[in-house]
Design a protein around this ligand. Structure first.
Ligand code: AMP
Length: 202
């Protein structure tokens, strides 16, 4: 599975990864853009992003800020656990306390939704992300990202271990108040290059 925009630089043994991002503290757009730029440099891959989708916090204090969520897609040669470690390091670098609860304010949350067509069931990592199929704040941006014109024509996303299509999952997901935010999406990110044309690791 590859995207037209980065076909030329795709490594033979790389995988397409979908990562969910979100936060409700600080300048979420700027935090997400900085984190994805770092990820682009680390993986040497272009990164495509959905819009930001806004939803009210659930099960949190009344004054908790709204959540902005979205999905990013890129190629990587990092192994799944290496990628998880890199994402967790970015969460900490961008202000999230290393120890945190489930329903807590956060500057940045990064979850691996899909890693190629792999099914992973390790104590530290389950892929597809176990809750992605019931979360509209993941399914709607993922659907948006897959509809973009850069996508290979006729390509349909398959969620390993799941028989239902994305449209069916969206129809069955618990209702929540969610809308596409007017905040401008993070543009397509290209990895920085060093003068000799080699990709630079961060
Ligand atoms: P959260 O607080 O939602 O960011 O959850 C973080 C915890 O979920 C970490 O301990 C991870 O090891 C674990 N985890 C399991 N599967 C995943 C996944 N697909 N993506 C990110 N974190 C995961």
């Amino acid at each position: 599975m590859a995207f037209a925009y980065n076909e030329g630089m795709r490594q033979a043994d790389s995988s397409t990864v979908y990562v969910a991002f979100g936060g409700n503290q600080g300048d979420v757009r700027s935090t997400v853009q900085s984190a994805l730029e770092a990820l682009s440099a680390l993986t040497g891959s272009g990164v495509r992003c959905s819009s930001f989708w806004a939803s009210a916090p659930v099960g949190m204090a009344e004054d908790a800020g709204e959540f902005l969520n979205g999905v990013a897609a890129f190629e990587t040669r990092l192994e799944p656990l290496g990628l998880l470690q890199a994402l967790q390091a970015l969460e900490v670098r961008f202000g999230r306390p290393a120890a945190h609860g489930v329903n807590q304010d956060r500057t940045l949350d990064l979850d691996i939704l899909l890693y190629g067509d792999q099914l992973i069931d390790l104590p530290a990592l389950q892929v597809p992300h176990p809750r992605m199929t019931s979360r509209l704040f993941v399914l709607l941006p993922l659907q948006e990202l897959l509809k973009e014109p850069l996508q290979e024509p006729g390509m349909e996303l398959r969620i390993p271990g799941e028989n239902r299509s994305l449209d069916e999952l969206i129809a069955a997901a618990p209702a929540m108040r969610i809308s596409r935010s007017p905040i401008p999406p993070v543009p397509v990110l290209q990895p920085p290059r060093v003068p000799d044309g080699q990709l630079r690791a961060d």
